[in-house]
Design a protein around this ligand. Sequence first.
Ligand code: PBG
Length: 333
Amino acid sequence: MKTPLAAPFPASRFRRLRQTPALRDLVRETTLSTGDFIWPVFVRDGTGVEEPIASMPGVIRRSVDKIVEAAREAHALGIPAVCLFPYTDPALKTEDCAEAWNPENLSNRATRAIKDAVPDIAVMTDVALDPYNINGHDGFVEDGYVVNDRTVEALVKQALSQARAGSDIIGPSDMMDGRIGALRQALEGAGHQNVTLLSYAAKYASAFYGPFRDAVGASGALKGDKKTYQMDPANSDEAMRLIARDLSEGADMVMVKPGMPYLDICRRAKDTFGVPTYAYQVSGEYAMIAGAAERGWIDGEKAMLESLTAFRRAGCDGILTYFAPAAARILNG
Ligand code: PBG
């Protein structure tokens, strides 16, 4: 859109429309509501366990029973979806990552428990091998390289086990080539026509994932970096090509990740494709706001709402954010 010419001052005074809350309400261009959130939660073994994560103040790992309570609370707040990330027992991490498609793994147990207790909340699950991989990578490592095609075969097994457990939204966060097409074909073939794919289409090799790797226990395990499969933060055209590719292979929704440093990518994606577009406000972004607020350096609530509004302004239909319940409580008054 071309910015229209404004009348010269004093005929035009922009401050007229900023005078009162009523006028500001009337001219607000974007809205933020609890229906915009997907809440990422961390699952661990045990019963009755709620364990804080040091690098993410206010975020906890929960055992399955506590995840069900959290899902119930999220649903009551009007949050449409939770996204599960398992903190896997290090003893179950192997080179073949077989735990990833174990029907009884933490993610699948949590999915079934939530769908039993709170059937109306959507459950999103993560497709990638890093929580199960002895070396912390999202795919199989051969001679120091994360191999693509063999990884995609494993991701298909993982996604099918998630669909069988009742996952509504499958989120491949692995960045292998060709996985969206392979997953879509496998889901169709197995009768899971209505399982949706939210592709982490433009996922960057980012320093902002650090606290997440602590939260899922992958930090110690990870050898090297993820630059051979995640995107170079310097690229934008490539993000458009990846999104186009994933849509052509059957993605229903696309994601840009991280969020705040990549709002230009969100806007460009929404303008180019007009499809349901999400941003992931990742762990490091959360930690910057929550950590600074904890020290009294910023007003945490205001910074949270401002950051979430920025995603909507940039064209995002929704936001994966650890702030989801806190923001929902404020938005619900
Ligand atoms: C890995 C995965 C990561 C996140 C979600 N899935 C980290 C990574 O790629 O190393 C990051 C989320 C966050 O930082 O909040 N498959």
